[in-house]
Design a protein around this ligand. Structure first.
Ligand code: RB5
Length: 142
């Protein structure tokens, strides 16, 4: 199960990504926001982060205007490694090296087709499991 959330700035791209997830046959749960009315990104970063950290969902996708604010919020949740990605190389590397469990996207920064490719890369790339990467991830824990 994928947890997905956005603020108002990410609302439009979130609809595109949810459609894409449906086409991929992925199950997802939308944690809001549900309209384009102005709202506060920390609410949705936290909700998605908590859904993933609790085990209710396996991965998360969060979207705001830049992807920055909402990733800062998600990364405050213990156990969350949220990565802001604007390219496929970063999306692959953050899965291989950081075992990132939440992907953050900037709706005002990247186009829809690139966003979909980044989502595919993020979801299809496994963690490498390498000892050095495990050690570094452990060092991130608070
Ligand atoms: C909303 O205007 C915007 O500030 C927000 O979506 C995000 O970009 C914050 O980091």
């Amino acid at each position: 199960m994928i947890a997905i959330g956005s603020d108002h700035a990410g609302f439009g791209l979130k609809q595109v990504i949810m459609e894409h997830l449906k086409e991929r046959g992925e199950e997802y749960k939308d944690y809001g926001t549900y309209t384009e009315e102005s709202t506060d990104y920390p609410i949705y970063g936290k909700k998605v982060g908590e859904a993933v950290a609790s085990g209710e969902c396996d991965r998360g996708i969060i979207i705001c205007g830049t992807g920055i604010g909402i990733s800062l919020a998600a990364n405050k949740v213990k156990g969350i490694r949220a990565a802001l990605c604007g390219d496929c190389f970063s999306a692959e590397a953050t899965r291989l090296h950081n075992d990132a469990n939440v992907l953050s996207l900037g709706a005002r920064v990247i186009g829809e087709d690139l966003a979909k490719k980044i989502v595919d890369t993020f979801l299809d790339t496994p963690f490498s499991g390498e000892e050095k990467h495990l050690r570094r991830i452990k060092m991130l824990e608070t």
